[in-house]
Write a protein that binds this ligand. Structure first.
Ligand code: FES
Length: 388
C-alpha cells in the first residue's frame, strides 16, 4: 500500500522507546517465540454482537463517553467548524479566534434544525432554516426579524465537553459529562511524539456495512489473520507474528512487524530505524482505531447502525503537512486501503455476523496470541458495567 521510498517518520517517537520495542521484536525473532501472548484464552459471548439490549447499552455509553472526533486538523485554523456525529447526537465543533476548540449540540435553539453540515471556514454559524446566527463560542449572534421574538431568552447552542491534546480531539455528546485530563491513560508521550498535530486530513469516507460495529474494531486488533485472509495483499508486507502488545489503561497498543524488519540484522542497534519496519495500532476506547503506518495516520471509527448487525464506519487518512508526496499518491493509497479492508476484512466480518445470528455458538475464542483483541473487548465491557 506504499512504495518503498515513501517519506519515513523515523523521528516521530522517543528513541529510547523505539529501541526498547525493537529489542522485544528482535527477541521474538531470535527465540522464535512468535508474538506477545497472554496466559489465557478469552471467551467472548456471541450475544455481544447480536443482542439489542447490549447494543442499547453500548449506544448509551457512546452518547456519554469521551470519544475521538478526529485529529486536530478537522479544525485546521481559527474560524473553522466541522459537523460530526458522536454517539447518536449531531455535534458541531468550532475553533474560535483564539484557537480553542469548542463543541456544541448541532441543534438550533429556534426550531431545532441542524446548524451546519460538513466543514469549512466562516465568520459565524448560520442556521439554514430561518437564518439565526451563532458565534463560534456558541452564543446567539442574531435572530432574523427579532421583533417577532421579543422577550425571549437569547439561548446559545448547548455546549459539550471537549478536549484537544497531542493532536487529537475528544468530545462527549453529554453536556453533563466530563473528559479526564489524560484520556490516553499513560500513552501521552507516544502519541505526542507521533506529531499528529502536524498532520492534515487528506480525505475521509463514511459507509454502512452489515456487521456489528465492534467487528469493525476487532478486525484491526490482531495480525493472526494476515497470513491467510490477506495472503495476496498485506501478507507480503507484514508478519503474522512478532507483534507486541501493551495496555494503557482501557486503551491498548500493538506494534506490528513489517517484513523489512530483517534489515535490522545488518545494522548496529544504535542505528535501528523504527519506521518503516513497524506499524503501530492503537485501540482507543470506545470506538477508535488509530494506525500509524510509516508516514501517515489512518483513523477507523465505528458506531452502531439501526440494529446490532449494522455499523456505520468512517475511514480517514491524515498525512504530514510537509509531505513531499503528491495528492495522487495519497489518493491511490487511500483507495487501496479502503478496497482491501472492505473487500477482505468487512466481507469476512459480514459472514461472521450471519454466523453469529445463526445461533451456531454461544461464544467465540480469542487466542492467547490475540491480546489486544481480548483487552479491548474486556475493557469495553468494563466501561459498560461502570456506565450502567
Ligand atoms: S430552526 Fe434555526 S433558524 Fe429556525
Amino acid at each position: 500500500m506504499e512504495s518503498p521510498d515513501a517519506d519515513v517518520a523515523g523521528s516521530r517517537m522517543d528513541r529510547d522507546t523505539q529501541l526498547a520495542l525493537l529489542d522485544r521484536v528482535q527477541a521474538h525473532r531470535t527465540a522464535g517465540r512468535g508474538t506477545d501472548a497472554v496466559s489465557e484464552v478469552h471467551r467472548q459471548p456471541v450475544d455481544a454482537y447480536t443482542s439489542v439490549e447490549r447494543m442499547d447499552r453500548e449506544q448509551t455509553l457512546l452518547n456519554h463517553a469521551p470519544t475521538i472526533a478526529g485529529l486536530s486538523d478537522i479544525l485546521p485554523q481559527p474560524g473553522t467548524y466541522a459537523a460530526v456525529t458522536v454517539g447518536t447526537a449531531p455535534v458541531v465543533l468550532t475553533r474560535d479566534a483564539d484557537g480553542q476548540v469548542r463543541a456544541f449540540l448541532n441543534v438550533c435553539r429556534h426550531r431545532g434544525a441542524e446548524i451546519t453540515t460538513g466543514c469549512g471556514a466562516a465568520a459565524m454559524l448560520t442556521c439554514p432554516y430561518h437564518g439565526w446566527t451563532y458565534h463560534f463560542d456558541g452564543s446567539l449572534a442574531a435572530r432574523r426579524r427579532p421583533a417577532y421574538f421579543e422577550g425571549e431568552a437569547d439561548d446559545g447552542l448547548v455546549a459539550l465537553p471537549t478536549l484537544e491534546q497531542h493532536g487529537l480531539i475528544w468530545v462527549s455528546a453529554d453536556p453533563t459529562a466530563s473528559i479526564p485530563a489524560e484520556p490516553l491513560q499513560g500513552a501521552e508521550q507516544d502519541l505526542r511524539e507521533l506529531g499528529l498535530a502536524d498532520h492534515r486530513l487528506f480525505t475521509s469516507t463514511t459507509f454502512t456495512r452489515p456487521i456489528n460495529w465492534k467487528l469493525v474494531i476487532d478486525t484491526f486488533l490482531e495480525v493472526y489473520h494476515v497470513g491467510v485472509l490477506h495472503k495476496a495483499t498485506i501478507d507480503p508486507l507484514i508478519h503474522s507474528d512478532f507483534a507486541l502488545f501493551d495496555a494503557f489503561g482501557s486503551n491498548g497498543r500493538m506494534v506490528v512487524t513489517r517484513r523489512s524488519i530483517s534489515d535490522l540484522d545488518t545494522l548496529p542497534r544504535t542505528e535501528w530505524p523504527f519506521f518503516p519496519h513497524t506499524t503501530i495500532v492503537w485501540a482507543l476506547q470506545p470506538n477508535t482505531i488509530l494506525i500509524y503506518q510509516q508516514d501517515h495516520a489512518q483513523l477507523y471509527q465505528s458506531r452502531p447502525g439501526a440494529h446490532p448487525g449494522e455499523s456505520i464506519i468512517t475511514v480517514s487518512v491524515y498525512v504530514p503537512r510537509d509531505t513531499t508526496r503528491s495528492d495522487e499518491h495519497w489518493q491511490k493509497n487511500f483507495d487501496l486501503l479502503v478496497e482491501v479492508t472492505d473487500s477482505e476484512d468487512f466481507v469476512t466480518c459480514a459472514g461472521i455476523q450471519r454466523g453469529f445470528e445463526s445461533g451456531a455458538q454461544e461464544h467465540i475464542t480469542f487466542g492467547t496470541n490475540e491480546p489486544l483483541l481480548a483487552h479491548y473487548e474486556r475493557e469495553l465491557t468494563n466501561l459498560l458495567v461502570a456506565d450502567d
